[in-house]
Design a protein around this ligand. Sequence first.
Ligand code: FE2
Length: 424
Amino acid sequence: MKNQLTIKNAKLRNQEQLVNIVIDQGMIRQISTHPEVEANESIDAQGNLVTPPFVQSHVHLDSALTAGEPRENISGTLYEGIEIWAQRQKKITREDVISRALKIIKWHVGQGTLLIRSHVDICDPSLTAVKALLEVKEKVAPYVTLQLVAFPQEGIMDYPQALELMEEALKMGVDGVGGTPHLEFTREEGVASINRVFDLAEMHDCFVDIHCDETDDEQSRFLEHVALQAYRRGYGARTTAGHTTAMHSYNNAYADKVLNLAQRANLHFVANPLSNISLMGRFDNYPKRRGLTRVREILERGLNISLGHDNVMDPFYGLGMASMLQVANMCLHVCQMTGIDEMKRVFDMITLNGAKTLQLDDAYGIEEGKPANFMVLDACDEVDALRRMPAITTVISRGQVVASTEPVRTRVALESEEIIDYRK
Ligand code: FE2
């Protein structure tokens, strides 16, 4: 019997010899230099890089593609963004959220991202966005894994019935619970909000993914309480601290202390380089802080950290096209992780590390017996991919080709005509 599909001449990471990947019934049946069985169909990777799909660890699908509605963000700041979003959110409908979310998910798939964790705002008594994204989750389930986090954009302690709305969202099928302690009125209320988020997570046996210290305020120290709760409750493997940008501004002695606690708890971290570099440092004159968390220090402690796009064309960040390569490219520049091994670790952050954050790493990777989820990049290795941000020429989800893109080739006609691809 012939197999469904074979990818020939694939270059895997950290492996010199090209391989053939045999797919059958949506699974990777064999990886070898000489496939024993003939395939019905084959794709020649031509020695290009083949990796597992990208992972989007943090995005807001419910606000995506609303940039300019009802008006543009003139200052480009977070605070004007919050003001505009409050107006736009009043006009949210089920159809509106579904059509924008499906469009953005297609952008993700086209660029090799098949695992997505999206926050969804629960500060709406009718939970319109929650219901809409649950429908989207079901619709895309055959080819994309979408996790949803109940996200209190306006805080938990002051928004009427925020906890009840979060609980209702969880009962409807949302996967995890979030928080925004740095947006609560006081330190004490921020701490109380974290306790309630963990109580809710334990009660519903779900993960925690908190927007934590998304500010330049070096006194914003909610990470320590998130880490403490995760540690005391034995919940670290299921807890993610997103942003933690205040850690950029902590004094080194305190950063060391809080990272020690995070290490005890075994927390996951998510950084969002595109929105963080745009929105942080806005109260600074010169020098201006970069406002990204301490990525290198987190990695050096063996802790897991992955990357998110956060906002895609919304009032908070009007740019982006859901490319995880662009996110990683920004990360390595802002964090000065331009050493050769460091760049490879940044590539990990949009692949394996993301799968760990989403707790989906068991089924992730190009190995015999695992689901056939991977992609062919128009690149010779991961550093080439980060540099050129090339087309993802073939995306395969559960054994099916779900997206393909022609590689960019430029015809240059000077003394003679030639085709260039910007490779060395
Ligand atoms: Fe976010």
